[in-house]
Design a protein around this ligand. Sequence first.
Ligand SMILES: Cc1cc2nc3c(=O)[nH]c(=O)nc-3n(C[C@H](O)[C@H](O)[C@H](O)COP(=O)(O)OP(=O)(O)OC[C@H]3O[C@@H](n4cnc5c(N)ncnc54)[C@H](O)[C@@H]3O)c2cc1C
Length: 453
Amino acid sequence: MSRRSADVVIAGAGIAGVATAYFLAVRSGVARVVLCDPLPPLTLTSDKSTECYRNLWPNQPMVRLVNRSIDLLEELAGESGNAFGMNRRGYLYATASPERLAALQAGAERAAEFGSGPMRVHRGEAGDPPYSPAAADEWEAAPTGTDLITDQALLQRQFPGISEKTVGALHVRRAGFLSAQQLGAYLLDRARTAGVTLLPRRVVAVRTAGKVTGVTLDDATAIDCGAFVDAAGPMLAPVAGLLGESLPVHSEVHLKVGFRDTLGVFPRDAGLLIWHDPQRLDWSMEEREHLAAADRHDLLGEMPSACHGRPEGGTGSPWVLALWEYHRQVLEPVWPLPVDPLYGEVVIRGLAAMFPAMARYLDHMPQQVVDGGYYTKTVENRPLAGPLQTAGAFVIGALSGFGIMAACGLAELGAAHVTGDPLPEHAAAFTLARYDDPAYQRELATLTETGQI
Ligand SMILES: Cc1cc2nc3c(=O)[nH]c(=O)nc-3n(C[C@H](O)[C@H](O)[C@H](O)COP(=O)(O)OP(=O)(O)OC[C@H]3O[C@@H](n4cnc5c(N)ncnc54)[C@H](O)[C@@H]3O)c2cc1C
């Protein structure tokens, strides 16, 4: 058995653990940080994401957290010559329902009060504020806040091919996408240069004597340390279990499909485009019979809202990434991931609600690649960043479907908890201790919106 020592040991080199290592070593000057993961960094969930970000959230703590995280992403993009290809093309929530448009407007007005930026309305009338189209590759000049668009000519000009049934859309402007792999690689590279050690090992035990005293790895190496961070993604709860603690998290399967849009239906310079309405898929009579015979009634009735996608790759790329979680299956994480064999086709059919020309693929589906991972999340879909109950133990996790956009903000909070540095006002909203507050428990009982797409 070998023995070594460290100031902080982190379990998990997904985006949460890598960003935490970066904030501890590079920004807080912690000298001896050890990052452990039996898998190569960023290869379990953090390379399966759609890599998008947005500052529109239905509550103030999430708006503040993600705004701060985007500030940090912009700072990192600036200092690195945009090493991770961050853009600010926005998110577009489109709807054919006047009621759902009114709800989008109300959500944007509320988010504006929380700090996501002002809402501008574009009706196609004299006196409308100017609409500033999104640049494909830059973020610096883009406006913040949201644009609510009911001007049909403007919608068709900016999002060519969008369904004529669209009564309006909300364009979220502090939003876009980036390369999560390259962001993670940049953070890891900076962290290692600042002295972080990466060990290809699983943490199998955490030793305590009233507080954390060390960890044991799967090759029997013992590392003495005063602080331990659980950043184990879908294994967050079992790793907290090494300390005899439990965490209020569960995991949902989320798939995504990449497909070659060889007919050029999806606008290539768009951001993330979301069809905000529930819908029924347009199966032929024969297909309906086949699906019913195969017991796929889940695909025959009303399907949920939020079929969404974005273009992937630079000039000349035909790839589109698209998602639609019509099952929301909660599972104890297992691999390989359970995959619906019809997933790719169902999503492409679903996108036809927003871009009717997608229906041209129905006779001959394009080449597809399906992958995905788990959204490990709390009941109210807010992450955890702060102390566990054991002194010296911390958690950064439950990053759900927002881990790429929120990682820097959460890692900054996590590092401050570890070092005892001052915390911002929104930090308390992400600690485990929030569940001990009766007022928060009452708030949870009436919660209807979690912000998940
Ligand atoms: C289909 C899909 C689309 C998504 N789209 C977006 C998006 O558009 N925008 C966005 O912001 N987010 C998105 N996400 C969410 C984002 O990908 C996750 O929130 C994020 O990757 C989670 O990061 P993590 O570091 O917590 O977990 P992971 O990346 O899973 O990393 C956890 C690591 O911990 C390691 N580990 C586990 N147990 C141990 C142990 N005992 N010892 C050491 N290491 C251990 C694992 O091997 C793993 O490498 C998406 C996710 C999915 C699945």
